[in-house]
Write a protein that binds this ligand. Structure first.
Ligand code: UD1
Length: 368
């Protein structure tokens, strides 16, 4: 059995890692080369702090192949990945490729493999925001429609896939691989105390991440969010590791003044996995437009305000700690104040099968 695992962008690494740990384990037990795998990085993300830092943090081997595609428009980036990935598939003759998440690398590699007649497995299938203005929603729908194995994190996802006419035999509810990584490194992250490094005290700061095109590509929406940030930082310090895309746009729109509030807004470059996990675990609450962070905060029981009008991860709202607050200044401030004044319900439940064993279930299916 020859498997190609694909990662391309930051949120892919913590999803691929548990699959590689599990493959290594099974290779050792089998004591033979019956299971071979190749780890391919498309190079969609290439900055050290968006990519390389994760290999060490997550105990991942360096990729066997890096396609080095880098940034470009959606069409150019997707096309470049396809051209280069096709060569890899033709040369290495895999039986199956595994893709994760919803980034451009996910759809590009799935499309190549499907057309070459190679079986494809999509980990984190079936999530839907029902908002087709998001590039990720297009990537999700297309990837799922041509994959052979669809591994889901929750039952909502199974229902979405069934509604789209995908046959039940292809769908496997296995849990959440990203939570496999979180559970494995939670203790290690606890010891790091990133908050202290940045002069923050446990449970006395908010943590912000921001990079969605719908929030940062237009000056008006970015300004609304930064205005809210500045106001909230009068009540609680905010740690803000800035995504390169957001950094560039803040500069372009000349919005830097909103980030200047004495020591109350702490700006950083993007952080590694362990440093960020540590900051998230110790935060009073998190403000984010990321998909994965909605899930990680639910697994950790940390309140999360999602700065979007929808989520493809409704389970984090239904049973977890997430609230969808949109991106208007007043609403963001109002919801943050509710948390500071303890007006938010505290009960939450860890979703079913988010137990650190998702990768094991996936490989049980694929290798059986
Ligand atoms: C991508 C994913 C998004 C995911 C996010 C996590 C798609 C469509 N989007 O968005 O789903 O949540 O990754 O970060 O695949 N850049 C750098 N260095 C890097 C990478 C990017 O400077 O290492 C800058 C470039 O200027 C680039 C911009 O960020 O143009 C956007 O990068 P891109 O990979 O196109 O999308 P993300 O916004 O990172």
């Amino acid at each position: 059995m020859k498997i190609i695992l694909v990662a391309g962008a930051r949120p892919n690494f913590m999803k691929i890692a548990p699959l590689i740990w599990e493959l290594r384990k099974r290779q050792k037990v089998a004591k033979s080369n019956k299971i071979e795998y190749l780890f391919v990085h498309t190079g969609q993300h290439y900055d050290i702090e968006m990519s390389n830092v994760f290999f060490k943090d997550l105990n991942l081997p360096y990729p066997d192949i890096n396609l080095g595609v880098g940034s470009a428009s959606h069409a150019v980036q997707t096309a470049k990945i396809m051209l280069k990935f096709e060569e890899v598939c033709v040369k290495h003759k895999a039986d199956i490729i595994i893709v994760v998440g919803d980034v451009n690398s996910t759809i590009a590699c799935t499309l190549v493999a499907a057309k070459l007649g190679i079986k494809t497995a999509h980990v984190e299938a079936g999530l839907r925001s029902f908002d087709r203005t998001m590039p990720e929603e297009i990537n999700r729908i297309l990837t799922d429609s041509i994959s052979d194995y669809l591994f889901t994190t929750c039952k909502d996802a199974n229902n979405n896939l069934k509604r789209e006419g995908i046959s039940q035999e292809k769908i496997f509810f296995v849990g959440n691989v990203m939570i496999d990584s979180l559970r494995r490194f939670q203790k290690k992250a606890e010891k790091i105390n990133t908050a202290k490094k940045y002069g923050l005290e446990k449970s006395s700061y908010a943590l912000l991440t921001l990079h969605r095109p719908s929030n940062v590509d237009e000056m008006d929406s970015l300004k609304e969010i930064l205005e809210a940030l500045k106001e909230i930082s009068n009540y609680i310090p905010i740690s803000f590791p800035i995504h390169p895309r957001t950094k560039k746009l803040i500069k372009k729109f000349r919005l830097n003044k909103f980030l200047d509030n004495g020591n109350s807004i702490i700006l950083n470059n993007p952080l590694g996995y362990l440093e960020f996990l540590s900051l998230m675990m110790d935060a009073k609450f998190v403000l984010t437009d990321s998909g994965g962070i909605q899930e990680e905060t639910t697994a950790l029981g940390i309140p999360c305000l999602t700065l979007r009008n929808n989520t493809e991860r409704p389970i984090t709202v239904k049973t977890g700690t997430n609230r969808i607050v949109g991106n208007s200044r007043d609403k963001i401030i109002c919801e943050s104040m509710k948390i500071l004044k303890r007006k938010i319900k505290k009960q939450f439940m860890i979703p079913e099968l988010w137990d650190g064993k998702a990768a094991k279930r996936i490989l049980n299916v694929l290798l059986s």
